[in-house]
Design a protein around this ligand. Structure first.
Ligand SMILES: Nc1ncnc2c1ncn2[C@@H]1O[C@H](COP(=O)(O)OP(=O)(O)OP(=O)(O)O)[C@@H](O)[C@H]1O
Length: 259
């Protein structure tokens, strides 16, 4: 496993991303070590997806720098070490699953066909690889994306809401895959709204609110810090949702109060 001078696999240093006047991500910094699952939590619109796109190198930051093993993520060498499964499922409907995976191979100049088959078997869709993606269910699309993102054995796997729409069996299988992946010394950064999973699976979570990193730590440490019994309460406290409750309730009451 390669390391940068700081020993971190990934270093995000003071990155900001501005879209016209609005800052989607504002001066965020954090590090990830090799061999762990890290969570990116935050309310809708808090900048999680933007942050993931910046780390993949697909989007350029307005400010700041992101390195993987000490090399900028815009560099081709870094990109080869990253796998990304986005939340939306932008898949070419007319290709078969197998053709889609071969397409990824060609883009990377690799031949990972046998690994793709092994992963498809593990995820239970090997028998569907000859079918057109237009015929795939939501869960099958999610799985083919995860295979495409992992078959080249990246050092860093980035997953945006990977469990969304998966049945319990598929979620269980994906969780096993993630665990095996990190046991091999690789790391995962996962953006999620699922607090239970974040608590169970992430060694460290970063909580975003309006583009700003408001807190970071292990789920256990954060629960202690906020005096909370679960990560959902930590999330609501850290993002100020609980604090704004009275004001919101007043607004709703004003709508429904009898005249
Ligand atoms: N291409 C874009 N152009 C303009 N604004 C954008 C663009 N992409 C994201 N934004 C804005 O950046 C902010 C953060 O969006 P982002 O999608 O990163 O949030 P998120 O935390 O992933 O949200 P969700 O949980 O709803 O998916 C939002 O205000 C959004 O409107």
């Amino acid at each position: 496993m390669l390391f940068s001078q700081s020993g971190a696999l990934l270093e995000v240093k003071e990155i900001s991303k501005r879209y016209r006047k609005a800052k989607a991500v504002d001066e965020i910094s954090f590090k990830m070590a090799a061999g762990g699952i890290y969570g990116l939590l935050g309310p809708n619109g808090s900048g999680k997806t933007t942050c993931l796109h910046l780390i993949t190198g697909l989007v350029q930051p307005s400010r700041g720098i992101i390195t993987l093993n000490g090399v900028g993520v815009q560099d081709k060498k870094s990109r080869a070490m990253i796998g990304f499964a986005p939340d939306d499922l932008p898949l070419p409907a007319s290709l078969t699953g197998r053709e889609y995976l071969s397409f990824h191979d060609r883009l990377r100049g690799r031949d990972d066909g046998s690994r793709a088959s092994a992963l498809a078997s593990a995820l239970g869709i090997e028998g569907d690889l000859h079918r057109q993606i237009s015929e795939y269910s939501h869960g099958m699309k999610r799985k083919i994306q995860i295979i495409a993102a992992t078959m080249h054995r990246p050092e860093l796997l980035i997953l945006d809401e990977p469990f969304r729409g998966l049945d319990p069996e598929s979620a269980f299988v994906l969780r096993d895959l993630m665990e095996t992946f990190v046991e091999s010394g690789r790391s995962i950064l996962v953006a999620t709204h699922d607090m239970l999973r974040a608590e169970r699976e992430c060694q460290t979570v970063h909580i975003l609110h309006r583009g700003v990193l408001v807190d970071s730590g292990s789920p256990a440490d954060l629960r202690k810090k906020y005096g909370a019994s679960d990560m959902e309460t930590v999330f609501l406290e850290a993002t100020g949702v609980i604090g704004g409750r009275r004001e919101r309730q007043g607004m709703v009451e004003s709508v429904f109060a009898s005249e």
